[in-house]
Design a protein around this ligand. Structure first.
Ligand SMILES: Cc1cc2nc3c(=O)[nH]c(=O)nc-3n(C[C@H](O)[C@H](O)[C@H](O)COP(=O)(O)OP(=O)(O)OC[C@H]3O[C@@H](n4cnc5c(N)ncnc54)[C@H](O)[C@@H]3O)c2cc1C
Length: 455
């Protein structure tokens, strides 16, 4: 093959994963004029296992623009958030789905509170303290926060934060990308990538030239972009840089009469308790308004035997159910905040899989093996905030493909296995709540799961 084949507008580009990031990458590439894009996904769209296939997600805009004197990490996050918020505010496909209703940042336990307090007190221009339970109650319409909020301490950010309608924006971004010519193959056989295709790069290294799907078809491409979320590390060895990690969510139904009262709530985020979010407009219009609830905890993993007797590796195991502890903690969160809803049936609880990098910064890089002729790019490691920043991921991947990713960003987002040497799969990575530790799902007995109730 021609090792130095340049990128052209009609180069064939294969994206693996039509989830949050793959869809956003396709959308950005279409907007930049690329005409030969194919996206493969192992599920019909929107994928039932995509972390983004959800009523809603939290969005926080940057509180500082990127500046040269910031640390590399701060600079990277401020750049990512600035790129994203520009899209959420002004792009016609994204902006209708952003509800800038505000963000309540709270905690109960001392350690969690120290983290919240330090972050909020550093920016008194952004965060106002909520002195007591009554101050919390005043942030929402009468009759919503009727709970006693025992032990809650927090701050409110009234501007530049809120939530987005996740599934609805995914559908619209997908439609816009498809309208612009991107071809989506979302199917358990024709879209499921079984393995990558390799060619000899000429100097003994293998370069990726596409993918083979479960139906046996081969999809050759000039460039391949791996954006398979928690499933990415099943296709490429990430050298421990990715830890598939699950969090948990469920829903409670609201009545049509209640829907307007709960429709535009600020996000109530308790770092050691959990959060709930308003129903999206589409669910209200369909007569199915629900509050989405997440309990907070450091995450669940599933350790499976490594290949050929190698050391155990975490792998995603999708399941439309949650451990009983999580269901109980969701109930406790409702009891403390909106007790009027606490005894309603828990609807559609599920594990939601993301992938954590050791420093929780995204990994957007050329796959390093295969030398300069390598045609594989990876975009992985959402680490719990990859939805709000999916627009930036699209932009940064397109920049990387076009060899114009800013040097400082390229350095921060690089392939960095040195950060994952001796990785402790059970590291809490600065998260609180639940049992205060990462839990292996293999330790949870089959009868300790909650599958949810009918309405
Ligand atoms: C409970 C929970 C709450 C969250 N809340 C927020 C929040 O409030 N705000 C926020 O910004 N972020 C949040 N996140 C994080 C965010 O949802 C993720 O970081 C983001 O969605 C990751 O996008 P992705 O494209 O990498 O993965 P996904 O959206 O999961 O997409 C991966 C896609 O790859 C496909 N795939 C997998 N394997 C294959 C294969 N072999 N072949 C073909 N296709 C394949 C899957 O079907 C899927 O569609 C949350 C995550 C969880 C779990």
């Amino acid at each position: 093959m021609d090792a130095m084949q340049p990128l052209e507008k009609n180069s064939s580009i294969l994206i693996i994963g039509a989830g949050t990031w793959g869809t956003s990458i396709a959308y950005r590439l279409v907007k930049r004029g690329y005409t030969n894009i194919k996206v493969l996904d192992s599920n019909t769209f929107p994928s039932a296992i995509s972390a983004g296939n959800d009523h809603n997600k939290i969005l926080e805009e940057p509180i500082s623009p990127p500046a040269a004197d910031q640390s590399d990490l701060d600079y990277a996050w401020n750049t990512i958030e600035t790129l994203s918020s520009e899209v959420w505010r002004h792009d016609p496909v994204h902006a209708p789905h952003y509800h800038p209703t505000g963000f309540i940042y709270a905690a109960v336990g001392d350690e969690a509170w120290e983290k919240v307090k330090a972050a909020a007190e550093a920016r008194p221009d952004v965060y106002a303290p909520l002195e007591d339970a009554e101050a919390f109650r005043q942030t929402m319409p009468d009759g919503v926060l009727t709970g006693d909020l025992t032990g809650w301490r927090g701050f409110i950010r009234r501007e530049g934060a809120g939530w987005v309608e996740a599934r609805d924006v995914l559908l619209d971004v997908h439609a816009a990308a498809a309208e612009g010519g991107a071809v989506f193959v979302c199917d358990p056989r024709a879209g499921r990538v079984a393995e990558l295709l390799y060619d000899d790069g000429g100097d003994g290294d293998e370069v990726v030239v596409g993918a083979k799907t479960a139906d046996g078809a081969t999809h050759r491409a000039d460039f391949t972009i791996l954006a398979a979320g928690a499933g990415a590390s099943t296709l490429v060895d990430f050298e421990k840089q990715l830890r598939p990690t699950a969090w948990t969510l469920g829903h409670v139904a609201l009545t049509a009469d209640e829907a307007p009262q709960y429709a535009e709530l600020p996000v109530l985020f308790n770092v050691d308790g959990g959060f709930f979010l308003s129903p999206p407009k589409s669910a209200i219009a369909a007569g199915e308004p629900e509050l989405k609830i997440c309990d907070e905890h450091p995450g669940y993993i599933h350790l499976a035997d490594g290949k050929d007797g190698g050391e155990k590796q975490p792998v995603p195991v999708p399941r439309q159910a949650v451990p009983r502890t999580s269901a109980t903690n969701m109930h406790k969160l409702l009891q403390a905040t909106v007790p009027q809803l606490a005894d309603r049936p828990l609807l559609r609880p599920r594990l939601c899989w993301d992938a954590d990098t050791p420093d929780r910064l995204f990994l957007i890089a050329r796959y390093p093996r295969g030398g300069s002729s390598q045609r594989l790019l990876v975009a992985a490691g959402g680490s719990g905030n990859g939805f709000m920043n999916a627009p930036a991921v699209g932009i940064l991947v397109a920049d990387l493909l076009e060899d114009r990713l800013e040097e400082r960003m390229a350095k921060s987002l690089r392939w960095r296995p040195e950060t994952a040497v001796d990785r402790d799969w059970f590291d809490t990575q600065g998260r609180f709540g639940g049992a205060g530790k990462v839990v292996d799902l293999g330790e949870i007995p089959d009868d300790d799961w909650v599958e949810g109730s009918a309405k």
